[in-house]
Design a protein around this ligand. Structure first.
Ligand SMILES: Nc1ncnc2c1ncn2[C@@H]1O[C@H](COP(=O)(O)OP(=O)(O)O)[C@@H](O)[C@H]1O
Ligand code: SF4
Ligand SMILES: [Mg+2]
Length: 319
């Protein structure tokens, strides 16, 4: 049984548009199918605006899905009783360690709060757990009576990681956790996440636009475009031979992987707005391989050699 499983998961937003401020429903993401095993990492990639953070919020229970189903450890998260336990088992790390930590609350209290809300531990047990968790992320417990502003960006992200860990979750959803940090501390924080995963058998949903990091640390990758699944499969296989033109374009845009991509792969134009998702294949206006069919018919995402791929010509491309 997978730790996490999503079936046709979808989420909408209502936006007000135009002079008349008419309400319009916008699909943030739709038709997402994926699963994640304990102790493994699923990377979610795609350009900004492709629905990654919206998905993160649904996976952590900050938002509820509008369509589809989601299971954690085989328990259906549609059940209110199960949803109540979600905050314990699934925790989130945000991109910005400045915005995500309340500046007016001392670090030891920031970490103690989730324990007070979600567990029966007494004050001494809570203090002990907080100290153990700080040590796990490489911070000295005696500094924890300070406020977040006393710490550097990298240390703050360690505090955010500690706060995610303090409830001993099974899954951490990390939304671009190092992209706001100084380059000099990015590798340290990344290595910390990798070490913690090994020690604690943690699973990660790791959102990133850095494909080098995704290759290094994920077992599986989910490629989104305008909130739709383009390709999903084992990271090594997908990187070795992408079946979807959008995956190919993302790899071709990354110096580390450019040399292995053959053929035409230059993506035309800008990412369309979610308010104007093109009919047919959502990628067709930018796809170098698009045909007349692509403008009319939306490709279904379907199984292919152990992956899911949504391109009319995926079978031909897979060879
Ligand atoms: N609460 C919201 N209300 C309306 N639109 C939203 C809301 N949150 C996100 N969106 C829209 O959903 C789209 C996907 O956003 P997001 O999930 O943040 O993408 P990503 O993290 O991949 O950049 C964006 O176009 C954004 O404007
Ligand atoms: S369906 Fe057509 S437009 Fe879409 S990715 Fe495939 S070839 Fe490109
Ligand atoms: Mg985002």
């Amino acid at each position: 049984m997978s730790l996490l499983r999503a079936e046709n998961l979808g989420k909408d937003f209502t936006v007000r548009k135009g002079l008349l401020r008419r309400e319009k429903r916008v699909i943030a993401f739709d038709g997402l199918n994926f699963s994640l095993e304990a102790g493994q990492t699923l990377a979610v990639v795609g350009e900004s605006g492709s629905g990654k953070s919206s998905l993160a919020k649904v996976l952590t229970g900050i938002d509820t899905p509008d369509r589809g189903r989601l299971w954690l450890d085989g328990e259906d998260l549609a059940s209110p009783a199960v949803r109540k336990t979600l905050h314990r088992h699934v925790r989130m790390i945000f991109q910005d360690p400045y915005g995500s930590l309340n500046p007016r609350v001392r670090v030891n209290r920031l970490l103690e709060e989730p324990l007070r809300i979600n567990t029966d531990l007494n004050a001494q047990e809570r203090r002990q757990r907080v100290n153990e968790t700080l040590l796990k992320v490489g911070l000295r417990p005696e500094l924890a009576d300070r406020f977040p502003h006393a710490f550097s960006g990298g240390q703050r992200q360690r505090i955010a990681i500690a706060r995610a860990l303090v409830l001993e979750p099974k899954l951490i959803v990390a939304d671009e956790p190092i992209s706001a940090l100084d380059v000099s501390v990015q590798a340290q924080v990344l290595n910390l996440l990798i070490d913690l995963q090994k020690q604690l058998d943690l699973a990660y949903v790791f959102i990133s636009h850095d494909l080098g990091i995704v290759k290094h640390l994920s077992n599986q990758v989910l490629v989104l475009y305008l909130g739709r699944l383009m390709e999903y499969g084992d990271t090594d296989a997908v990187f070795a031979k992408p079946f979807h033109p959008y995956t190919e374009a993302l790899l071709a845009a990354t110096p580390q992987f450019r040399h292995q991509i053959q053929g035409q792969h230059v993506v035309k134009g800008e990412l369309p707005s979610l308010l104007k998702v093109p009919p047919g294949c959502p990628f067709h206006k930018r796809c170098p391989y698009a045909t007349a069919r692509c403008a009319e018919e939306q490709p279904a995402s379907r199984p292919l050699k152990g992956r899911l791929v949504a391109c009319h010509y995926a079978e031909e491309r897979a060879g």
